[in-house]
Design a protein around this ligand. Structure first.
Ligand code: MTE
Ligand code: HPA
Ligand code: MOS
Length: 775
């Protein structure tokens, strides 16, 4: 009874939402989220007799396996079976880009937490208990934990990559100022609320269905097929939604799904495998730590004439997505600035950490941190503000990026100047200066952080998507795409597109689960491109259906196809006049006329290309721009700090869902601030993760959120390559968080005149305290 009442309230809310459709729509998932009704892997009703899996992983970062004794574990009551590499019927190989990663270790282990076996038991509790009974003997091999050590030992994932523009050597000779330095940015734990997991079920004829918490259902399908040695059509992967991915489930959701499928393959029984938080933290990779060196050269007038870097990416023990991430570091190495002479190099260094992986920004933030450090260093040495250097060098229309793309519809200066004007930055700077003059034990710092982020998968062939749209005979609509809902609101955006084309209310539209049998051969939901790619395909499919329906209208109402036939709020209009024909009648009529009410469309981003042999091309459909102004106050007695405000002018294009997009900017900003200021991944020299729980790994909480976060959309035309001109928003705003680092540096400088800037993120309160009193 109660439920009914609640549902009525929900329905009336949904109605309101659909009226307010276009701009101010909320993420429609929030209703099921707050009611606890959203379904994650762990919420699936499991079949009777389902087994539960726990992974046995390496207790050493590098070594030779001398012996493993499973006998006590196997003897434990309730343990069904323990699977190792020996049980793999196909290939023991899960590497996505490079085939260098086994599912289970064979005779060597390469990182602490590397999977060795899967224990399958009647309950997770029993499986976990069995894990404690396994005895393993490993002969130690030397452990590499840092990129620098790996470089010194020649330990790499692949060949280095270089981008270059102009003549850097020559340009440095013409510079008035040249500065060199080193930077470090640490990794970052994704900490998606829903840990990695999958549920596998046997179907008929040896087919298997897997429900996986993955951003990339096709990778999961392909890898399971490869490991089991079966064809892809035998494997169905379904994704309801993710409790967050942030890149951590682009590639690294796969092993757990493969393990569950492997056990199901052998046992012909359902198997559920969900990592607990400790296991997830230990076994999965994170954002890549980078150790980098830079050299920056400026003219007397502060123009950056030359920039050179070497990025050392700590890739971990296998390639995973590291090569693609390294590439994006190069794409974003000059951030929002035009630099005529650039030489950038990146080395993916093989270490004995878990393979590091995609994380919001995908190597871009690491690249941008270095040029912002170089600019801060130059400003400090020359005795000007970083802002002056930043401002003079902002990208302009028709400037060339180091990778050959010509900058078009550039909003770098527009967002910068708008931020200055809208937020009265001069007054803000004066306030900070005055505060610093009047206070000894508290100091404020301010920074500007412009961002420029390229939208598209950097790997051109990945930029495609399909949509399958059904109009059911009652006029309701079901949409399947490759888009995975992970909290970013993509399902709502897909609904909006269909609602917009057909002018039907949101309640008539359902976004189906992401399933490989309905939409095949998909790219992962990533690169901030999910809404663009899947949205464009959805738009195409809906438009084709609409064209077909217009023919039905012309027959039914006896009007010419040339007449202007439109749909408005579920009624057909002809030449602006309301007709008798409703949406549902139109669909019934189309059914009777045997018109196809299903459409499948394929979209591939036009114009983009990139030639890796030359490292030149036009890899991005467009760029997203913005500028953030950050102010912080440090308590100079304690080293603690609070962000007073982050004021942002952001380029949404023409946002199709302002509420969702604002949520993305705010979330990304806080995640960026966390990375830059407090989240400190620590491994000991043996390669053991020390920050292995939330007691030792600090992420931003409500108290770390800046007191004010203001986001103003810059008025732009949008971009035709963006869905409904609404630009991609998932990753770019993370890089506003880099401003937090430099605001802190400026506050420290205000307190300690001897302070020599440090570029070693995160800038934790401990580090701030030491810096305040360092001579
Ligand atoms: N927002 C939420 N709430 N949860 C997430 O996991 N992932 C981010 C971003 N925003 C993420 C998120 C990352 S890494 C990407 S690439 C994009 O969303 C993916 O979604 P999009 O392509 O639809 O922007
Ligand atoms: N971004 C995110 N994921 C990716 C990319 C990218 O550019 N390329 C391959 N996977
Ligand atoms: Mo996002 S790092 O491209 O999943």
């Amino acid at each position: 009874m109660h439920k009914n009442k609640e549902n009525k309230i929900l329905e009336s809310k949904l109605n309101k939402v659909s009226i307010a459709l276009k701009q101010s729509i909320k993420n429609l998932d929030s209703y099921t989220h707050v009611r606890g009704e959203s379904l994650y892997v762990d919420d699936i009703n499991i079949r009777q007799g389902t087994f539960h899996g726990v992974v046995f992983d390496s207790p050493k970062a590098h070594g030779k396996i001398k012996s493993i004794d499973y006998s006590k574990a196997e003897a434990l009551e309730g343990v069904e079976r323990i699977f190792t590499y020996k049980d793999i019927p196909g290939k023991n190989e899960i590497g996505g880009i490079i085939a260098d990663e086994p599912l289970f270790a064979e005779d060597e282990v390469h990182f602490w937490g590397m999977p060795i076996a899967l224990i399958v038991a009647e309950s997770e509790f029993i499986a976990r208990k069995a894990r404690g009974l396994i005895e393993i003997n490993i002969e130690d091999l030397p452990v590499i934990t840092t990129a620098k050590e790996a470089k010194a030992k020649g330990s790499f994932i692949n060949a280095p990559r270089f981008f270059s523009l102009g003549d850097t050597e020559k340009a440095f000779q013409e510079c008035e100022y040249v500065f060199e330095g080193e930077t470090f940015s640490n990794g970052q734990e994704h900490l998606y609320i829903e840990a990695q997991g999958a549920y596998a079920e046997p179907l008929e004829n040896g087919n298997i269905k897997i429900t996986s918490s993955t951003q990339g259902p096709t990778s999961v399908q392909k890898t399971i097929a490869q490991v089991l040695g079966v064809a892809m059509h035998k494997i169905e992967v379904d994704v309801t939604r993710l409790g967050g991915g942030f890149g951590g489930k682009e590639d690294q959701a796969t092993p757990w799904a493969v393990m569950a499928a492997l056990a199901t393959y052998h046992l012909s029984q359902s198997v559920k495998l969900i990592l607990n938080r400790h296991d997830d933290l230990r076994m999965t990779g994170k954002r890549h730590p980078y150790e980098s060196t830079y050299k920056i050269g400026l003219s007397k007038g502060l123009k950056i004439l030359a920039y050179q870097t070497e990025f050392l990416q700590n890739s971990g023990a296998a390639a995973d997505l590291s090569p693609a991430i390294a590439e994006r570091t190069l794409f974003h190495a000059t951030n929002s600035y035009y630099v005529p002479n650039v030489t950038t190099k990146v080395l993916s260094c093989k270490t004995n950490l878990p393979p590091n992986t995609a994380f919001r920004g995908f190597g871009g933030p690491q690249g941008m941190f270095v040029i912002e450090s170089a600019i801060a260093k130059a400003a400090h040495e020359i005795g000007v503000s970083a802002k002056q250097i930043q401002e003079i060098n902002l990208l302009d229309e028709d400037d060339t990026f180091s990778y050959g793309q010509i900058a078009e519809k550039v909003e770098a200066k527009n967002t910068w100047n708008s931020a200055k004007n809208i937020f009265s930055s001069d007054a803000l700077e004066q306030e900070v200066a005055e505060f610093n003059r009047n206070n000894r034990s508290f100091k404020k710092g301010l920074s500007f952080m412009p961002i420029t982020f390229g939208i598209s998968f950097t790997n051109t062939p990945m930029n495609h998507a399909r949509a399958l749209v059904h109009i059911y005979l009652d006029g309701s609509i079901g949409i399947s795409t490759a888009a995975v809902e992970m909290g970013q609101g993509v399902n709502t955006k897909m609904m909006q597109i269909a609602a917009d084309v057909f002018s039907v209310s949101i309640e008539k539209i359902k976004i189906e689960t992401t399933n490989t049998t309905r939409v095949a051969n998909t790219s992962p939901s990533a690169a901030s491109s999910t809404a663009d790619l899947n949205g464009k395909a959805t738009l195409m499919a809906c438009n084709s259906l609409l064209e077909r329906l217009k023919i039905v209208v012309s027959e039914d109402l006896d009007v010419s196809e040339e007449d202007n036939i439109t749909l408005k709020e579920e009624v057909v209009f002809v030449n602006g006049q309301k007709s008798e024909l409703s949406w549902t009648e139109l669909i019934s009529s189309a059914m009777i006329k045997r018109v196809a009410l299903t459409e499948n469309a394929h979209y591939a981003t036009p114009e983009i290309h990139f030639d890796k042999t030359k490292e030149k091309g036009h890899p991005f459909a467009y760029h997203v721009y913005g500028t953030a102004i950050t102010t912080v106050t440090i308590d100079c007695t304690r080293g603690t700090y609070e962000f007073d405000s982050v004021k942002i002018v952001h380029d949404y294009g023409k946002s199709m869902s302002e509420g969702i997009d604002l949520g993305q900017v705010e979330g990304a900003l806080i995640q960026g601030i966390g990375w830059m200021t407090m989240e400190e991944i620590a491994y000991n020299e043996d390669g053991k993760l020390l920050s292995n729980a939330l007691s030792t790994y600090k992420i931003p909480d409500i108290f770390s959120v800046p007191k004010t976060v203001e986001v103003i959309p810059v008025e732009t035309e949008g971009n035709d390559m963006a869905i409904l001109k609404s630009k991609a928003v998932g990753e770019p705003p993370l890089m506003y968080g880099i401003g937090a680092y430099f605001a802190l540096q400026n506050a420290i400088k205000a307190f300690n005149p001897n302070y020599d800037l440090q570029f070693h993120a995160p800038m934790t309160p401990e580090k701030v305290l030491m810096s305040l009193y360092k001579n």
